[in-house]
Design a protein. Structure first.
Length: 402
């Protein structure tokens, strides 16, 4: 509505008690007033009129104090020139912005950076866990997705704390509430052989390299013949690049995931031979049908998922004399399986850390420590020692059970 002294827009909605509430926006510029009212209305649709009014009041006070909203601070954080994010890859930054637009800013973006509390973050995590997965019909978003989005929010809030814009990081320590972490699927050597049987012959070498080296998908598909040194006793593979997301949908070559990801690993000459005759140094070892890179989406849907389905099909397995797999591994589980084989062979964890390209040994221990045979035997020895005074009773119970 137009007033004699300017313009006014009114937003009405019922609160949680079904009571009608209204907020009126005034100003001299009609377009500015309308935009503010519509922005508030969208916030009401997302969080309700009571919470939206609280956020508006806090934002008004924050504006007077010169405190930015989360949306404003996130843009400062990700700014390519003077931003605070340590991430320099343009594709990764674009991915961060996509996460912000998809899940963080719609719920928290209008809030002043110093007004966000642990309760706000906890409510946001609960909401995120309730969302449907876009990649897996009929399922909720994956735990890894929740962790990644939460991690970005935590980084942004921590940077605001470091700049003195707020006290503390309310996202630190907030954990997922309903979903369990997706468990890794570790294949034994015989189980891997069953799965490999159903992989088309032209793709068997790529799958064997993933399992035989523990390399990440983006690393092994970026491998060129010049990266492989076959003149030593064991072949050496120099890993110094990987496919990454670019600013657009295209992928670009960049450094490995971490500084430790740039590494050299040894592989058997027999594994190198599976990739066929060596090519020119700048030629990809593994190529798609058109001679270009192999992209994960198409490979997963046309090759990997088909092979996993067949390896779990009773009739198809029986026809070739194999036992159904009984597991549904992801592509990344070949990396986990490789690590488990190294552990079973007695390779020390620091060696495995270097081979996998982990920055910290704690990552290796946290991920694979439970697979160490000595750890389990040590637990058993500790229990036996602690229960030595009652073991005769335990022996009697075992005898009765037998």
């Amino acid at each position: 509505m137009k007033r004699s002294s300017g313009f006014a827009w009114r937003v009405q909605a019922r609160d949680e008690n079904r009571k009608m509430r209204q907020e009126t926006f005034y100003g001299e510029d009609g377009h500015t007033v309308e935009r503010a009212a519509r922005t508030f209305a969208k916030l009401v649709d997302r969080v309700g009129v009571t919470e939206a009014s609280r956020i508006r009041d806090e934002r008004t006070g924050a504006a007077r104090r010169g405190v930015p909203t989360l949306a404003e601070w996130a843009e400062t954080y990700l700014d390519h020139e003077g931003g605070l994010s340590r991430e320099s890859n343009a594709g990764t930054r674009a991915g961060y912005r996509a996460i912000l637009e998809a899940t963080i800013l719609p719920r928290l973006g209008e809030m002043p950076i110093d007004a966000i509390t642990e309760d706000d973050v906890r409510a946001w995590v609960t909401w995120l866990e309730s969302q449907d997965s876009k990649r897996r019909p009929g399922k909720k978003v994956a735990q890894k997705t929740v962790q990644n989005h939460h991690g970005l929010l935590s980084q942004i809030l921590a940077a605001a704390d470091a700049r003195g814009l707020r006290k503390g990081n309310p996202a630190r320590g907030i954990k997922a509430t309903r979903q369990r972490k997706e468990r890794m699927v570790v294949l034994s050597q015989s189980e891997f052989a069953i799965l490999l049987h159903f992989v088309p012959a032209n793709w068997k070498p790529l799958v064997m390299w993933l399992a035989g080296t523990g390399m990440r998908w983006g690393e092994v598909t970026a491998l060129t013949w010049g990266d492989i040194d076959q003149d030593s006793h064991t072949a050496l593979v120099h890993i110094d690049k990987a496919w990454q997301k670019g600013e657009t949908a295209a992928r670009v070559l960049g450094p490995p995931k971490t500084d430790a990801g740039e590494r050299t690993i040894s592989v058997p000459h027999e594994l190198v031979a599976t990739a066929g005759p060596a090519g020119r140094g700048d030629v990809l070892v593994f190529r798609g049908a058109q001679g270009g890179p192999v992209w994960p989406g198409g490979f997963y849907s046309r090759v990997w998922r088909t092979a996993v389905d067949a390896a779990n099909d009773d009739e198809r397995c029986a026809a070739v004399g194999l036992t159904p797999l009984g597991k549904r591994p992801r592509l990344h589980d070949l990396r986990h399986s490789h690590a488990s084989w190294m552990i079973a062979a007695g390779r020390p964890l620091p060696y495995i850390q270097a081979r996998l390209g982990h920055e910290k040994i704690t990552t290796t221990v946290d991920t694979y420590g439970h697979l160490l045979p000595d750890a389990h035997q040590g637990d058993v020895d500790a229990v036996l020692l602690a229960m030595s005074g009652v073991l005769p009773v335990a022996e009697e119970l075992r005898a009765l059970g037998a």
